[in-house]
Design a protein around this ligand. Sequence first.
Ligand SMILES: Nc1ncnc2c1ncn2[C@@H]1O[C@H](COP(=O)(O)OP(=O)(O)OP(=O)(O)O)[C@@H](O)[C@H]1O
Ligand SMILES: [Mg+2]
Length: 514
Amino acid sequence: MQEKEMLRIERLTKIYPGGVLANYEVSFSVNQGEIHALVGGNGAGKSTLMKCLFGIEEITSGQIFLEGKEVCFSSSQDAIDHGIGMVQQNMMLVPSFTVAENLVLGMEPHKGIFIDKKKCIEDTEKISQRYNLKVDAKKRVRDISVGMKQKLEILKAMYRNAKVIILDEPTAVLAPQETEVLFQQLRKLRENGFTIIFISHKLGEVKALCDRLTVLKGGRAVGTYNVADVTEKDISRAMIGQDIAVSYEKNVGNLGEVLLRVDNLRYKDYFGAQKLKNVSFSLKTGEILGIAGIEGNGQLEILNILTGNLKADRGRVFFRGKDITGRKIRYIRDCGIAHVPEDRAYNGSAMDMSLRDNFIAPALKKFVGFMGLLNRKKIDSYCNKCVAEYQIVSHSLNAPIKSLSGGNVQKCIVAREFTNDAECIVLNQPTRGVDIGAMKFIHNKILEMRSLRKSMLLLSSDLSELQSLSDRIIVIYEGTIVGVIENVAETSEEELGLYMLGLRKDSDDKLMNI
Ligand SMILES: Nc1ncnc2c1ncn2[C@@H]1O[C@H](COP(=O)(O)OP(=O)(O)OP(=O)(O)O)[C@@H](O)[C@H]1O
Ligand SMILES: [Mg+2]
């Protein structure tokens, strides 16, 4: 079959105000009905390129051709009118609106002068069925899972008649099972002739899903390849310029005393669902305790209670023997519990504030000098050290953190939380959205912290990450700890999966002594 070119980008250059060169003379093309991957390290320019294509960012020079015709979009509405849809790295839904309201936003069906609410819901249900992307039309977006938010974003594009759908790291926020569902749906869309551009740091996903891929490096396109012709190693070499070894040096550490103890935590959510049922466990000094579980089984609630973001209905939390149950976030932080939250854009950072302010915000006291003034020199030397050590790509400490690429924001938060002398670090998806090099770096940092006798609670949807780092893994299912794996090296993803799906449970005796 003759391939039909859907989209061509020709020598596209994007320089941000302030002089950041994000894309330089990038050229590549995407065929109709293919899933085309865009890969590259953090800050390589993937999101920028796609924002240019979607009319959110103005291109500095270069051309875009859609079905052979040159186009120039002045806004995302313009791009949408031409059949392009984009699901951005930070989703753009309105949390207080319902699914149906978000779907039709800006093009609401009317009955006279009023919005036809019934038709909104009908339209949502119809399109959801047609593309087999199931969503609850009447639920508010703030109450639905990330997986459903993503489906809604895709449906939004379909509702606006998109022919080309851009997905910027759609799987970063998904559990492995949800990723598989998303892939099935994307394959179906491909069969129906849709063209998909897929951004991901997970090369296994690129191999499993995509037809071709284009590699960006330092804002330039390095090359376009048939996925079948290259290995994951080839791709990472093209991205980074060197091989990345993925093994870790993990020394055998002796676990110390109990540092953190959680006793009989119970929690019922706003809707009356019992999210936690008598959860008890201990974290020892120098230990990495992994938590495995399918999203929504209570793991997030545990972390939120520990870090003061949520109040338990019953139960106690002890840190170094001291009762810290129900204490505020600041108090818990000052006790020595750091937190890398799951959602870097909303909880982890203040997106409009500068890189510098984000670095120092949780530990301002450390930087107060003579006469109670902030010691600017000390601040800058601390920030510069973090930027250098964590290889954060940014042009200035004054830049608002939202001008950093997604992976670089993640690196900032990790750098900040790892450098504030906490005894215990609560890590939720610590490597979400970072490239393979940065992932390895963060993994080694976690192990380095462990050799410094720090304790970590690690939540990750990446089972191989959990397995390679944790000393023990507890598995949570429907608000109860159903398994504890002491010999982590010998477990398998299949075994973990059995616990995660509620098909296996350890004896009560064993579960009493975690
Ligand atoms: N609004 C902005 N203002 C200034 N510079 C920006 C802005 N947005 C992005 N940049 C810079 O442009 C470069 C490319 O960023 P981009 O977000 O496109 O990277 P990316 O490949 O998507 O990375 P990641 O994998 O981390 O998401 C980075 O150096 C980033 O700091
Ligand atoms: Mg990006």
